[in-house]
Design a binder for this molecule. Structure first.
Ligand code: FMN
Length: 421
């Protein structure tokens, strides 16, 4: 695999996806998409709509972080504190296309992996896959997604990536079978999550009874009854399961048995030895997700890993973890041109994407933004979020005198909380 810094989009030809940054603005265009841009113009509007439209336990599942929610809040504050010093005199025509691992994408916006996404919106996996294919952006489907990786690969053949959690029993027999399936169905990039070695305490889920086995209470039944659209989607798509895992559970398996298997067998991390074996077994690009220390990035590169996703899991694992944006510059420095640097945790706007790119990311991913889109708008949600983030990114590029993402990476940035080794 070639290294990240060589894969950027400097000097690419302008094509149909290249529009003037002026295209974004209140009232631009007609039709449904334009109406949504006016009614739900930012993440905050989507979040409010989401809260009203899905059951409280489902909203809490998405929104909640670990502990007192401090790490999730810190991600936000840290991103807000990053300032880009604008330069002027460049063309106002911008292009958001990028190249990652030899493949072109329309924008440096990807959909992060989400387990049990069908709880947020029944049918979520399929909707996210279709939207990613339409928008030409990467979609990392999860080991614990509510749709199978084979189905996602059919719906999103050009942009499908797969996230893996470790299943260590029997020398990772299941992990390596998932890798084989991923290769068979054309997954482009494998993403191994490192940052969930233990099940984090998420107080809101505990309070809502969102534990295995899940039991409905009068309160949860009431919440579902009050969420008409969500309940209709549930009737249409059924309760979320773990289709990637079901075949490994063994005879007589039902939902309870599968959930028990997931609870027992899945470990949300890999040791370096297993990563080295994965490197040998997987012929395409391999990324590790959840890297926060430059030394871990260095170790990953020494194993031949192609990319590091700098992430603190959206503040859902360790409350003491630093905001991932504060670790991004030192990791990007250590990695240099040897691998691709990706970023997530806290992105709420195209401006946040511009901030991450200016601090060294080649591409970014969003979890909650797409989930709130689904919750607020159902099937229309992921398209709206992708469009909204891309429009905002174009504005940020033009405002900061960059005509493509590569130029943004050399912008002058003020980032006082950046971690120094
Ligand atoms: C509801 C939910 C479920 C998630 N499930 C997974 C998962 O199964 N595997 C994983 O690697 N990350 C998972 N994540 C973390 C995301 O992939 C991503 O790192 C995080 O959402 C980024 O932060 P953001 O939500 O602020 O964009 C999950 C995040 C959320 C919100």
């Amino acid at each position: 695999m070639s290294a990240g810094a060589d894969m950027d989009s400097a000097g690419i030809e302008l094509d149909q996806s290249t529009v003037s940054a002026q295209a974004w603005g209140a009232g631009s265009g007609t039709g449904r998409a334009a109406k949504l841009k006016q009614r739900l113009p930012t993440f905050s509007f989507l979040e409010k709509a989401a809260r009203r439209r899905i059951p409280g336990f489902a909203f809490d599942f998405v929104d909640g972080g670990t502990g007192e929610h401090l790490a999730a809040a810190c991600n936000r504050n840290a991103l807000d504190a990053v300032q880009i010093i604008p330069r002027y005199g460049a063309s106002a025509v911008v292009n958001t296309e990028i190249e990652l691992f030899g493949r072109r994408y329309a924008s440096p916006i990807g959909i992060a992996p989400v387990g049990v996404d069908g709880l947020v919106w029944p049918g979520a996996t399929q909707l996210l896959a279709k939207a990613a294919q339409r928008a030409r952006i990467p979609y990392i489907t999860g080991t614990l997604a509510s749709g199978s990786l084979e189905e996602v690969a059919r719906l999103c053949p050009d942009n499908v990536w797969l996230q893996l959690y470790g299943l260590p029993r029997d020398e990772h027999r299941v992990t390596f079978d998932l890798i084989r399936r991923a290769e068979d169905c054309g997954v482009h990039v494998l993403v191994a999550t490192l940052d969930a070695p233990v099940r984090a305490k998420r107080p809101r889920d505990l309070h809502n009874g969102l534990i295995v086995p899940f039991r409905m209470t009068p309160r949860t039944v009431w919440q579902v009854a009050m969420s008409r659209h969500w309940a209709q989607a549930l009737l249409k798509n059924g309760a979320p399961g773990f289709p990637n895992i079901e075949r490994y559970v063994g005879g007589g398996s039902g939902m309870a048995a599968t959930a028990g298997f997931v609870q027992r067998e899945i470990k949300g991390t890999f040791d370096w030895e297993t990563l080295a074996r994965m490197r040998d077994a997987w012929p395409r690009a391999l990324v590790v997700k959840g890297v926060l220390h430059p030394d871990d990035a260095e170790r990953a590169i020494s194993l031949g890993i192609d990319g590091v996703l700098v992430s603190n899991h959206g503040g859902r694992q360790s409350e003491a973890a630093p905001p991932s944006i504060d670790m991004l510059p030192s990791i990007a420095r250590v990695v240099g041109a040897r691998a691709t640097v990706l970023f997530d945790s806290g992105i709420r706007s195209g401006l946040d994407i511009a901030r991450a790119m200016a601090l060294g990311a080649h591409g970014t991913f969003c979890g909650r933004a797409f989930l709130y889109g689904l919750a607020a708008l159902g099937s229309e949600g992921p398209d709206h979020v992708a469009q909204l983030l891309d429009d905002e990114l174009r504005t940020a590029l033009a405002q900061n005198g960059a005509y493509n993402c590569a130029q943004l990476r050399s912008a002058a940035v003020r980032h006082p909380a950046a971690w120094q080794a």
